[in-house]
Design a protein around this ligand. Structure first.
Ligand SMILES: [Zn+2]
Ligand SMILES: [Zn+2]
Length: 174
């Protein structure tokens, strides 16, 4: 899958993603500029609201291309981070609980779908980057043979920068 992305002209490719919740009450599609699910986030928000240890992954897509059906079944949740309510809007299906995507009024052009909600085949990442390890419980293994980058919090490298570094950036954000 990665080779398919690399064969596209640099900066000219948007990957359209189709997504849905588990029960099917919510379906959506979006145009992803950062479709490679390379981030494994070990924070308590991902773990508890996404239901996993390091596998609830945010992708990057353009807010303008978002289409949603069943939006009446979506509820918005705001996490509390360091004692303050985060402006980030975490959307989930209020019928089955599936985490769908995050959007944030501070970055209105972007949405961040959870890879777990995407039905389209995503490119297999050439590496993982492990983030928010300060919140990892002991039972969650980091499966990387010690060779992949690990961060206690968030890396400074953006989704876009990672895709550019690996020559898999898609879309018109280049
Ligand atoms: Zn659902
Ligand atoms: Zn997280």
């Amino acid at each position: 899958m990665l080779q398919v992305l690399q064969s596209n002209q640099y900066g000219s490719f948007i990957m359209q993603l189709e997504g849905s919740c588990y029960c099917g009450a919510v379906r959506f599609s979006c145009d992803a500029y950062a479709p490679v699910p390379y981030l494994r986030c070990y924070c308590s928000i991902c773990r508890k609201t996404g239901g996993g240890g390091g596998y609830a992954i945010n992708l990057g897509a353009n807010a303008g291309g978002l289409k949603v059906s069943g939006s009446e079944n979506i509820t918005v949740f705001h996490a509390v981070i360091d004692g303050e309510q985060s402006p980030a809007e975490r959307r989930f299906c209020n019928k089955c609980g599936s985490a769908l995507w995050v959007q944030d009024p501070r970055w209105p052009d972007l949405i961040h779908p959870f890879a777990s909600a995407i039905d389209t085949d995503l490119p297999q990442p050439p590496e993982h980057i492990h983030i928010m390890l300060s919140a990892r419980p002991d039972w969650v293994r980091i499966d990387d043979n010690g060779t992949e980058d690990r961060f206690d919090n968030y890396p400074s490298e953006s989704l876009e920068d990672w895709h550019r570094r690996h020559n898999v950036l898609s879309g018109d954000q280049a």
